[in-house]
Write a protein that binds this ligand. Structure first.
Ligand SMILES: *Cc1c(COP(=O)(O)O)cnc(C)c1O
Length: 387
């Protein structure tokens, strides 16, 4: 008897997948991977064509910085390609410890803990701090991994409308009394809208109701003025720092607890040492070169001014289109002109709010920004208007 059934035999698994896919295709929500080689200076090559990318979160162009590459190369040669085990076993290479010290100092915190990614950090943090009988309040536009961590915690999860302080207060007033602990989850810069949370007001409400606040700083670190820091500051090494990995900065007690209790730290292999070494060098550059860190926001504001859009609050500018098909078509038209600007569709964003998400980098120059603005004004005059 053959160990494998005929590869052509229809089965319920493939039928399920095909039917689901057909539904996604019909709604213009199917996603595809496209091999894209990123190069230095916000360049990318796809299908043999050179493009200028406005889709990367590498806001300072540090992924290709020779100093960052050199630091990673040296760590790679010295410590090898992988960590070899969980950080608690033998996977805690020296670059991870050095990076944690530097991250904590950068954020003005006692300590930091590096995770395998930002997603893994958020899967680990909330469940280690709250559980059944506790309360989580989360901004409705929070990142998918904030919701995933909240759900895994087992706490009661209450959403509040985006940046809506009255709803946050109402949620605390209605539910806080009956719960032991409460955690508020929000972002410093929202990933798909580019706007910022009103942190002073949120932290004041948290103090009033004895709730803890976790701020996801994935898109803020190094590119927007941080303002007030929350007790729990998490983020990623994969955006401004140009590498890969995630982190939490907090008090020593919290970091010590998470080191023992965050399942996405304990039961997973440590970050490759070269990734930590790259992020450490990138963080040193962020601190040493403030004029570079100011560029992405300045370019974003140049772009919003030229198109008459609301002034950018971060390097992320959403160009709202509406229908998923229309967002895909506009993205394709821009690609034909040499610009890589990916369409963002549901469920990443709410139905009817498909958009282009334009991300600016210190690696762009003014002429590239102006050329993109011009192309958009021409291709989608009903969506954006030239100033
Ligand atoms: C990208 C992102 C993450 C996840 O970080 P990774 O390191 O890419 O896993 C978490 N939160 C927000 C807001 C993000 O944009």
């Amino acid at each position: 008897m053959s160990p494998n059934p005929s590869p052509n035999s229809s089965n319920s698994l493939d039928a399920f997948a095909a039917e689901k896919l057909a539904g996604l295709e019909a709604a213009a929500l199917r996603r595809r991977l496209a091999v894209t080689a990123r190069g230095p200076g916000a360049t990318a090559e796809r299908g043999g064509r050179g493009l200028i990318s406005f889709s990367c979160n590498d806001y300072l162009g540090l992924a290709h910085d020779p100093r960052v590459i050199a630091a990673a190369t040296e760590a790679l040669a010295r410590y090898g390609a992988g960590a070899g085990a969980s950080r608690l076993v033998t996977g805690n290479a020296p670059p991870l410890a050095a990076l944690e010290e530097r991250l904590a100092r950068h954020k003005g915190k006692d300590a930091a803990l590096v995770f395998g990614s930002g997603y893994l950090a958020n899967l680990g943090i909330a469940p280690a701090l709250v559980g059944a009988g506790d309360l989580i309040l989360i901004d409705e536009l929070g990142h998918s991994c904030l919701f995933a961590g909240a759900k895994m915690s087992g706490a009661q999860v209450v959403r509040f409308a985006h940046n809506d302080l009255a709803q946050l207060r109402a949620g605390l007033a209605a539910h806080r009394g009956g719960t032991r602990r409460a955690l508020i989850l929000t972002e410093r810069v929202f990933s798909m809208d580019g706007d910022r949370a009103p942190l002073p007001e949120i932290l004041a409400l948290a103090a009033e109701y004895d709730a803890w606040t976790l701020v996801d700083d994935a898109h803020g670190l190094g590119v927007v003025e941080p303002g007030l820091r929350a007790p729990l500051e998490m983020g990623t090494l994969s955006k401004t720092l140009g590498s890969y990995g995630g982190y939490l900065c907090a008090s020593q007690a919290v970091i010590d607890l998470l080191t023992s209790r965050a399942r996405s730290l304990v039961y997973t292999t440590g970050l490759p040492p070269a990734s930590a070494a790259a992020a450490l060098e990138a963080l040193a550059i962020v601190e040493a070169e403030p004029e570079r860190a100011a560029r992405p926001l300045a370019l974003a504001r140049r772009f919003t001014a030229r198109l008459g859009l609301p002034e950018a609050e971060s390097p992320i500018v959403p160009v709202l289109v509406g229908a998923a098909e229309a967002a895909l078509a506009l993205s394709a038209a821009l690609e034909a002109r040499g610009f890589l600007v990916v369409a963002i569709r549901p469920p990443t964003v709410a139905p009817g709010t498909a958009r282009l998400r334009v991300a600016f980098s210190a690696a762009h120059d003014e002429a590239q920004v102006d050329a993109l603005a011009e192309a958009l004004a021409e291709l989608a005059p009903q969506t954006v208007r030239a100033a």
